[in-house]
Structure formats: C-alpha cells, structure tokens
Design a protein around this ligand. Structure first.
Ligand code: SF4
Ligand code: SF4
Ligand code: SF4
Length: 426
C-alpha cells in the first residue's frame, strides 16, 4: 500500500463496524490504559474516532494513529462492557493488519514471526541453547517465585523480574503422546502453548497428570507451533495463516473429544481468532471451525466433562484467583477455575478486582512497560490485600506478569496455575 489515500480506502472497510460506536463513553470507566493515562485517545472511543478520521482523510498522521492503536492491551474489557456491542477487538485486529500493510512488517518481526515461530524445530533448538546459557546474563531474584533479573543493564529487560527458560522443556520431558481413551471414554488433544512448553513445563505436566487421573486419553503431537496471537496482534495476517495451517495439520485427524489448553490466550485464539481471521483455504477454514467448537480451557474440561475429584480442605494456606482477560472477557469462564481450586481443598480468598487486567497484554508489556507496571501495581495491591499465600490464575502470560510484580515487592506470595494446585492433590 503506497500512499495515504490507499490507506484511507483500506480503512473504509471498517466503516460498518465503526458506526456502531455511539460515543457513550462507557468504555472510559473500564479501560485499564485510560485509567493510567487519562488520555481520550487511549480509550476505545478515542481510538475508533482516530481510525474514522484517518479513513475519511480528515487526519493525515498515520504514525500517531498507529502509536495510539498499539497502546492497547487487547484485553477486551471495553468490548465486554460496551452497551452497543461494538466488536472492538475485531476492529483493532483488522486495523493493525491494514496499518502493518501500509508500513510493512519490520525485519525483526519478520524474522521472529515467519522465521522462528513458524519453524518449531528451530524455535525449540534456540530455546534449548538459551536455557543452557541464560545464567550468563541473569541472576536469581526470588527463591519462592523462582524469578531472576538481569545481571547487567539491558534495555529490553529493564528492572523486570522474570521466570527463565526451563532447563528441560515440556516437549523434551514427555515427547509426543498418543494414548487411547481410558475409563472416562474421553480423549483430549493437548495444546500447551509455547510459554507453558518452554517456561512452565510443570503446568503441562499437571495437565497430563490430571487427564491421566480422570482416565482421559492424551494426544500431544510434536512440533506444535505458536497459536499466532502475537503475530496477529502485530498485524501479520500472512504469518498468522502460516502458523494456523501448521497447527491444524497436527490436530485435524486427532479423533479427540476436546482440544484442551492451560493458556487462556491460546484457548481464546483457537476458539475465536483462528476461525475468524484465517483467510486461506476453505477446507482448512471448515476444519478450524470444527476444532474451535471442541476447544476448552483445562479447568472447564476437568470440571464440566470429567467431574473433578473433591478433596478435604487443606488447613491454613489460602489461595486467591486472578481472572485472565482472555478467559473472562473473551470466553466468559470464571466459575470453573474457582471450582477446580475448591475441589483441590484450597481455601479460596477472593481478591478485590479479580477480573481486572494485570497489565501484561502480550507485546504491550514490551513496548509500554512503565504503563504495564502501573496497571499491574493495582493488581499486586489487591493480591497482597487478599491475605492469600498463593495467587493462582489460568494463563502463563499472567503468571509471568504477576511474578514480576510480586518478586519486585518481595511479597512472599507464590504464583501458580490452577491446574497445578489441583494436580498436587491427585
Ligand atoms: S462503550 Fe462502546 S459504544 Fe460506548 S463509546 Fe465505548 S466503544 Fe463506543
Ligand atoms: S482492549 Fe483493553 S486496553 Fe484496549 S481499549 Fe479496550 S479496555 Fe482499553
Ligand atoms: S498465546 Fe502466548 S503462550 Fe499461547 S501459544 Fe500464543 S504466544 Fe504462546
């Protein structure tokens, strides 16, 4: 796309959706970014107005619109609370793709999305090497959380406290699995997602333990690619198509009752974004819709399909639960993770604002770390005030963000996935 007029014409295709916004401003009350910056352009209404202005050629500054559009967690809170039912995330994903078409994908993103993520063998090999040598650049920060920080000043890492790559990834521990349905008569395809595979293999092992316990056959194919959400969020529709096609080939003939994931972002991506934004072959599109119907968050599958075991309460220790945006806002799942915790005998101590964003937002955390920290600071306050000794959630990306928040405070509070707490009792 060469010129501004071409860009405006491409944005015109969003008109039908943009017109649904009544400019009522209800999104102001719920947008975590607006709560920190107070800038009208940071809230949905403002972003939609900028897109309209660019489409109508009233604005001539695509750089400013692009910057503003990227200052968004894609948390979906505005969409979930919009009285006019504006499909905000759809609009933002499409607009990002159009703007990326205008600017072109940066060489770094091209190398990461189309070189590394689309090549699981290379991604696995690089992670393996990274896990061996990361100690040269990192030092331990918090024993309980297993977090580290940078040994030297590094602009991208800043003062972050993070979980390093696991010494042995999930796929290296388990290999591929293909076991028949057991006593339950169910068989689940398992999509761990790259963060669980490479950083939190204990979460993946907990999923497998729980499925085995409930007599569920497991199909875990090798060489799974990323679900594609970071690629789609950056507007790279071609890279997204490629990742979706790679994954669907692995799962198409799996003969499984459900496809389960312990990653809220992966669940929402496979269920909603794969069928909606894939625009390649019609046959694959049909397969994606079938797969989407079968896709379930792991706690949803265990509670609703397996009938979870109920254990005696554990005396003393209490847990609190943070709702990941992709589970709560996109899929409306809030009951099952809590039920899973209670089944495990955990004393659930609800925090205030359990359903507000932790501030991670995928690449938002990389490009807008200061705002991300401010949003997360409220979440950390709520976690501490709950009095719980462990905070649980259903998304590895949230686990990373919350680990950073709590480790920098040396709060003495642990971070775990709900399925780990459940698997501990099996
Ligand atoms: S809540 Fe919905 S309709 Fe109201 S201003 Fe925000 S996006 Fe527009
Ligand atoms: S998706 Fe989240 S961060 Fe983005 S505008 Fe909506 S509420 Fe704000
Ligand atoms: S959503 Fe996040 S964790 Fe899940 S596959 Fe995509 S990048 Fe990996």
């Amino acid at each position: 796309m060469a010129d501004l007029h071409g860009l405006a014409q491409a944005l015109k295709q969003l008109d039908d959706q943009l017109v649904n916004c009544m400019r009522c401003g209800m999104c102001q009350a719920v947008c975590p970014v607006f709560a920190q910056t107070g800038r009208e352009t940071d809230v949905t209404r403002g972003k939609l107005a900028l897109l309209e202005g660019l489409a109508d050629e009233l604005l001539k500054d695509p750089d400013a619109v692009n910057d503003t559009l990227n200052r968004c967690l894609m948390c979906g809170t505005c969409q979930a609370n919009c009285p006019s039912g504006v499909k905000v995330l759809d609009i933002f994903f499409q607009a990002r793709a159009i703007l990326t078409g205008y600017y072109g994908l940066s060489p770094v993103k091209k190398a990461i999305f189309r070189g590394m993520l689309a090549n699981p063998r290379l991604f696995n090999a690089l992670s393996f090497i990274g896990a061996r040598f990361q100690f040269l650049f990192t030092k331990k920060a918090d024993e309980l959380l297993g977090s580290s920080c940078a040994r030297f000043q590094a602009p991208l890492i800043a003062d972050r406290h993070f979980n390093t790559l696991a010494a042995t990834s999930l796929h290296a521990r388990t290999g591929s699995l293909n076991t028949p349905a057991g006593t339950s008569g169910l068989r689940a395809a398992f999509f761990p997602g790259c963060v669980v595979d490479k950083m939190y293999p204990s979460v993946g092992l907990a999923v497998i333990k729980a499925l085995n316990h409930h007599g569920v056959g497991v199909y875990l194919p090798a060489n799974q690619a990323c679900c594609g959400i970071p690629v789609l969020s950056s507007g790279d529709r071609q890279g997204f198509n490629r990742l979706v096609e790679q994954n669907v080939k692995l799962f198409a003939d799996a003969d499984c009752t459900a496809l389960v994931t312990p990653c809220a972002s992966c669940t929402a991506t496979i269920k909603e974004l794969w069928p909606e934004f894939y625009d390649g072959s019609a046959d694959i599109g049909a397969e994606l819709r079938r797969l989407a119907e079968k896709t379930m968050d792991i706690s949803e599958f265990l509670v609703d399909r397996c009938g979870v075991a109920v254990f005696e309460p554990v005396p003393g220790a209490s847990v609190t639960y943070h709702d990941p945006c992709h589970l709560k806002n996109s899929l409306g799942i809030t009951r099952q993770p809590r039920q899973l915790l209670e089944s495990a005998g955990a004393h659930l101590q609800e925090m205030e604002d359990a359903g507000t964003c932790c501030g991670c937002g995928g690449t938002f955390n990389i490009y807008h770390y200061e705002t991300s920290k401010k949003i997360g600071s409220h979440k950390a306050d709520c976690i501490v005030a709950s009095g719980a000794s462990t905070v649980t959630t259903s998304c590895p990306a949230c686990m990373m963000q919350i680990t950073d928040l709590l480790s920098r405070r040396q709060s003495g509070i642990g971070v775990r996935h709900v399925v780990e707490v459940y698997a501990d009792r099996l």
